[in-house]
Design a protein around this ligand. Structure first.
Ligand SMILES: C[S@@+](CC[C@H](N)C(=O)[O-])C[C@H]1O[C@@H](n2cnc3c(N)ncnc32)[C@H](O)[C@@H]1O
Length: 240
């Protein structure tokens, strides 16, 4: 994958507890206090899931950025546990897709997700642009490249996805990865969101909150994961 045509895999450092850290951003892919629990607290509970899945025939989640796939796989597992048999579309963006070996090592820390991780790794062959992968009734729509560029394909209808019911805003820390928290990107996210759609993020940074509000989302702070005092959730309460 590290050839001239393919996407660039990240340079990783592996911390003592097995958590991967991206050298270029000097930040970890998930909390050292527990990645699985962080995903459940911040992204699932923060978006009112799994409760909002009841009585739905389909549901669409979108995420900035895909990283190890932990959020995606935890969502698949929650869906299975909730015994909801509907079509999930999970849209995600990744500028530096991991190699299969990197994914395998990172996800090896979560034995609960062994089946889901295997299904991902077995079909993992990310190409620049749009990739569609099937998972037992669910679809992963993975945009490989810069989210700020790729999201225009969705907004302008060049790549078709349903209106987004829930956003997982999971860039690296805003101070280290401001590109994934910018006003234009969040406005595009708002444009793609279904009325009543929600968002959740682990950060409560003031300028990110202001960008979310300027985009149109109503937001509020909630208790963060582990040692974090605050996180942010939001919703699109008006428009189409
Ligand atoms: C905190 S990690 C995401 C963790 C991930 N959700 C998981 O479950 O493992 C942030 C991700 O955003 C990606 N990223 C950073 N800048 C990006 C950009 N401009 N466009 C797309 N992805 C980007 C990084 O490579 C990294 O994989």
């Amino acid at each position: 994958m590290n050839n001239d045509e393919g996407p660039r895999a990240p340079d990783l450092e592996w911390l003592d507890d097995g958590v991967p850290r991206a050298s270029a951003f000097q930040d970890t892919y998930f909390s050292r206090a527990g990645g699985l629990e962080e995903t459940r607290h911040v992204f699932l509970k923060g978006n009112g899931l799994p409760e909002r899945w009841q009585d739905r025939h389909s549901f669409a989640i979108a995420e900035f950025g895909f990283g190890t796939g932990l959020n995606f796989l935890t969502t698949l597992q929650a869906l299975k546990e909730a015994e909801c048999r509907f079509h999930l579309t999970f849209v995600s963006f990744e500028l530096y897709p991991m190699t299969a070996a990197q994914l395998e090592k990172a996800l090896g820390a979560f034995p609960e997700l062994t089946d889901e991780a295997r299904a991902l790794i077995d079909q993992w062959s990310p190409e620049p642009g749009w990739n569609r992968l099937s998972f037992d009734g669910s679809e992963l729509v993975l945009g490989v490249g810069d989210a700020r560029r790729l999201i225009k394909d969705l907004c302008q209808g060049r790549e078709s996805v349903p209106p987004i019911d829930a956003w997982f805003l999971d860039g690296f820390s805003p101070s280290k990865n401001p590109e994934l928290w910018g006003g234009d990107l969040l406005s595009a996210a708002y444009q793609l969101t279904a009325r009543g759609g929600t968002l959740a993020t682990y950060t409560a940074a003031g300028w990110v909150r202001r960008n979310l509000q300027a985009a149109g989302f109503e937001i509020e702070k909630q208790k963060g994961f582990a040692g974090k005092r605050e996180m942010v959730v939001g919703a699109k309460t008006s428009g189409t």
